[in-house]
Write a protein that binds this ligand. Structure first.
Ligand code: COA
Length: 431
């Protein structure tokens, strides 16, 4: 038996034993998104009475987030870098915190202001060389493993084995073997408006482009509209099932990519079991940490890089809020600005922010004279490039403030254009 096998066997623990290594006052990072080691997190929550003031750093939380529920305040404090449906209430009522940070800089937080006591991650069983894969989430999980004082891993044989950045078993302190389905992301509903927006976005994409797509109905609608394109590539913070469909249709080949030609590059994935089977032991998929994949200077090495993301509000100057509704934090910057800046530096690059013109069942315009009081600027007016709604495309880069306002009004929902026009006249009385 080689050394790594002895090490691996000696460090097997039950979940209950493993979470007993967590101490009051520790800072923990839990595996990201669908890579969350839910079996370990459940064991930690079941052990809550033993802990006081354990900080849990997390980004996209797909699990139950019971540590952020009422009654858990004394034991856990959730520190979110991205707020989702399961954590919005906890952050908005002050039971949990939010830390703004570009995704590409998150791994470095563990070296600077947020050093970790414990990393709780999910990995595959080791291969013949004693290496495990972080599977669906390499993003910040890799740096969490490399920097945390104690690393506890749920070893799950249902986690796909992905290549790019493998971890030697000796970097992990304790192993809890537990087989369970990896969390899946439900398919979004793509309505008529999303389809129209998808078509407009597709009109801005050329054969041979390399794409970054966010999550949700809009990116999926864009993918549906790309069926006639050729030789597209993927360099994206994440991707989902729609990308597999386009690969099978021969649209995505990655052949024209100037960085990692022939490879899908991402730092995490979320989707169905079909997606996880596609990436499993697939040498054409490179799953790499966020400080590489999302670094604007790395993104820029892809010629013809196109980023497609969404937002909450855009004001008439082109300032974009993508993370809050007024003061209420509803998500986070994620990789939006990383990719907008990377695409801006890419030869032939472009960035698109696409969204339905209205929100809240058509009662509010997303194009507004002023951002709501307390709303944050995610993408500045200096960074913004293309804006797309179901009423068309506004290419803001290089336009004056007056031209931007006019272009944005032309793609706002018609029922809100008069109000926007009144603000235009007030600001630019000479027209
Ligand atoms: N005014 C009031 N409410 C608004 C609003 C507005 N202008 N825009 C959105 N909302 C509300 C919606 O009604 C919805 O409320 P509900 O959950 O109560 O129904 C909620 O905010 C979320 O909006 P929705 O449009 O459903 O979100 P989405 O799933 O399409 O995501 C973003 C849109 C902007 C939140 C998302 O793209 C994001 O987080 N972007 C930033 C991060 C990013 O781009 N990452 C890069 C790639 S992963």
């Amino acid at each position: 038996m080689s050394d790594w096998r002895t090490y691996y066997e000696q460090r097997q623990r039950t979940a209950e034993e493993a979470v007993s290594y967590i101490r009051s006052g520790d800072r923990i990072a839990t595996g990201h998104a669908c890579g969350e080691p839910t079996y370990l997190v459940d064991a930690m929550v079941a052990n809550a009475q033993v802990y006081e003031h354990v900080e849990i750093f997390h980004m996209v939380a797909m699990g139950k987030c019971e540590y952020a529920k009422p009654g858990m305040e004394k034991h856990f404090r959730h520190n979110a870098n991205f707020v989702g449906g399961n954590t919005r209430e906890a952050v908005s009522c002050g039971r949990a915190d939010f830390t703004p940070c570009f995704f590409y800089q998150v791994p470095n937080l563990f070296h600077t202001t947020l050093p970790l006591d414990v990393a709780l991650v999910m990995v595959t069983p080791p291969n013949e060389d004693g290496m495990v894969s972080l599977g669906v989430s390499v993003d910040y999980d890799y740096e969490a493993v490399m920097t945390a004082k104690t690393v506890i891993a749920q070893v799950n044989d249902q986690m796909p084995f992905t290549y790019g950045k493998l971890v030697p078993v000796t970097e992990i302190d304790y192993f809890v073997e537990h087989s369970a389905p990896v969390m899946e992301l439900a398919k979004p509903n793509i309505g008529e408006i999303e389809q129209i927006i998808g078509e407009y976005c597709a009109s801005l994409i050329q054969d041979g482009d390399t794409l970054q797509l966010g999550i949700g109905a809009l990116p999926d609608a864009v993918l549906l509209s790309l069926k006639d394109k050729k030789n597209l590539g993927i360099h994206s913070e994440m991707f989902s099932d729609g990308v597999v469909d386009l690969m099978e249709a021969g649209v995505i080949t990655n052949q024209c990519k100037t960085l990692h030609p022939g490879k899908f590059v991402a730092n995490f994935i979320m989707g169905s079991r079909r997606l996880y089977d596609f990436v499993d032991h697939n040498e054409d998929v490179l799953m790499l940490p966020a400080d590489y994949v999302n670094h604007p200077l790395v993104i820029a090495q892809n010629d013809n890089m196109v980023s497609i993301n969404s937002c909450v509000q855009v004001d008439l100057m082109g300032q974009v809020c993508s993370e809050s509704v007024g003061q209420k934090q509803i998500s986070g910057v994620g990789g939006q600005v990383d990719f907008i800046r990377g695409a801006a530096m890419s030869k032939g690059g472009r960035s698109i922010l696409a969204f339905p013109s209205t929100a809240a069942k058509g009662t509010v315009s997303k194009i507004v004279p002023f951002l709501d009081p307390g709303a944050c600027v995610t993408t500045t007016r200096n960074d913004v490039d293309y804006i797309v709604t179901e009423f068309g495309i506004a290419h803001l880069k290089g336009l004056t403030l007056r031209e931007r306002a006019r272009a944005l009004i032309s793609i706002a929902h018609p029922k809100f254009r008069d109000e926007l026009q009144q603000e235009f006249v007030r600001r630019f009385p000479l027209g």
